[in-house]
Design a binder for this molecule. Structure first.
Ligand code: GLN
Length: 471
């Protein structure tokens, strides 16, 4: 009840696309009954959880924040949604995002941008008042980051205890950093993608947003495991419930600091927190060493060639016949396809489909797509080499800076800015590694700043243990 009333109070944040009030209340009633009659309880029994609107939910509209899927009601639950429900979680609703999860701001969905709850903190408002260039209060708010910005705003505004995001190039970690949350991207293959409407199948992972690392571990415990409906999931033994030790010993750890991540665009505040964090590990006896990930500078371009190519192929299913929107034009099938897709997709999605089809043309395929796959291998091998040299966990920034005001974000070339912002997160997806962003401090403006830990593939528990120690 409390969470539902907060959802209503914070409607102006635009965090939710659909609020599933009736479903949540019915689930809460059932959970209460289980509790009162002494039945065994699930790991998430009675816990309010929100789900990004690119996960299929049986009987509940699933839009991907796109005109193309408005009104689409899936007949089944994504595996992760079903697993949450099986553990007794309450489904609060479906959260806002950039259309089809393409973006880093949560500003590009058809339902409008998501506002960062931190825009309304007392400290930030005071600081803005001192700034003579500050715009008027109604338009003066911060982006959440994205693309899982609705999920981040929902958790940050206390409307739920955890939320599912998706993470293809940083979409869970980026908004977590901007909203003062833990944002966890599990190893590729540990958590099923069945029912997650794909962006880039070879990089997509369901992500977890929570207020502390322990909560993320509990949700991971509920979600992890092989799924016959997703052939890329693995049989990785995982202890359940998935608990982290309360007192970890970091003195035997080796923490790697990738030197290529010290980019000129990095804000001085983030940089100084990053080095303070490294000092803290050192003072606890951990070994902190500089490592090189030499192919870092190719990662954004490489990601975009691979992303748009998979997008071109994935989006082909939205043809006006099977799912969602269909235009009124019926002069020919081709005219119907074209008009449906023009009406259904925003210009970001259309732009990516065009780029991807260009890279996949017979005469370009070797030069772009195949070459990008080779570069992806080099990027992944950079991490393998760092871990083989004895590094247990890498410590990096999550984003270049704290959250920026919306008006500033849209002033610059939005997409160029989005791309730059993913510099610390995208390579991890190309390598399939686990990574977590945790909030470390507030900036001078009173806004949260996150740092990222990256772990060895399938060493998710070790990664979260280190993050919890640091938290
Ligand atoms: N910003 C990246 C993109 O637009 C990553 C998005 C994501 O992780 N879903 O593709």
């Amino acid at each position: 009840q409390k969470c539902l009333s907060l959802i209503k109070k914070t409607k102006f944040l635009n965090a939710y696309i659909t609020v599933s009030e009736e479903v949540a209340l019915k689930q809460a009633e059932e959970s209460e009954k289980r509790y009162k009659t002494g039945q065994s309880l699930g790991d998430l029994d009675g816990i309010p959880i929100a789900v990004k609107d690119n996960f299929s939910t049986s009987g509940i509209e699933t839009t991907c924040a796109s005109n193309m899927l408005k009104g689409y009601i899936p007949p089944y639950n994504a595996t992760v949604v079903q697993k949450l429900l099986d553990q007794g979680a309450l489904l609060m609703g479906k959260t806002n995002l950039d259309e089809f999860a393409m973006g880093s701001g949560s500003t590009d969905g058809v339902f409008g941008p998501v506002k960062n709850p931190w825009s309304y903190s007392k400290q930030y408002r005071e600081k803005r008042k001192q700034n003579p260039h500050s715009e008027n209060e109604d338009s003066d708010w911060l982006i959440t980051g994205g693309s899982s910005g609705g999920s981040a705003a929902a958790v940050s505004a206390f409307t739920c205890y955890a939320a599912l995001g998706s993470d293809t190039g940083g979409s869970t970690r980026n908004p977590a950093a901007h909203c003062g949350l833990v944002g966890f991207k599990p190893s590729y293959g540990l958590v099923s993608r069945h029912g997650l409407i794909p962006l880039v199948n070879s990089m997509d992972v369901p992500g977890i947003l929570t207020r502390c690392v322990d909560d993320a571990a509990i949700v991971l415990g509920a979600l992890a495991g092989p799924d016959p409906r997703d052939s890329t999931t693995v049989h990785e033994p995982i202890n359940k419930p998935f608990m982290l030790p309360s007192l970890a010993d970091v003195s035997k750890l080796c923490i790697g600091i990738p030197k290529e991540y010290l980019v000129p665009e990095l804000s001085s505040e983030v940089q100084s927190l990053w080095s303070k964090a490294a000092d803290l590990f050192e003072s606890e006896g951990a070994k902190v060493i500089e490592v090189s990930l030499p192919h870092t500078s190719y990662s954004i371009v490489c990601y975009h060639v691979l992303c748009t190519s998979e997008v071109a192929s994935n989006m082909a299913r939205f043809d006006g016949l099977q799912y969602g929107h269909r235009c009124d034009i019926d002069v020919s099938t081709e005219a119907m396809y074209a008009a449906t897709r023009r009406e259904g997709f925003n210009d970001v999605v259309r732009g990516r489909i065009l780029s991807g089809n260009f890279f996949l043309l017979k005469e370009n395929y070797e030069n772009y797509f195949v070459k990008a796959q080779k570069v992806r291998r080099l990027i992944a091998n950079d991490f393998v080499n760092a871990f083989n040299s004895g590094v247990d966990v890498l410590l990096t920034p999550t984003t270049l800076s704290e959250a920026v005001p919306y008006l500033e974000f849209i002033k610059e070339d939005n997409r160029t800015r989005s791309a730059q912002d993913d510099i610390f997160t995208q390579a991890v997806n190309m390598a399939g590694l686990p990574a977590v962003s945790i909030p470390v401090a507030l900036s001078n403006q009173g806004l949260p700043i996150g740092l990222q830990f990256i772990g060895r593939a399938f060493c998710d528990q070790q990664l979260l243990t280190v993050a919890k120690w640091f938290e």
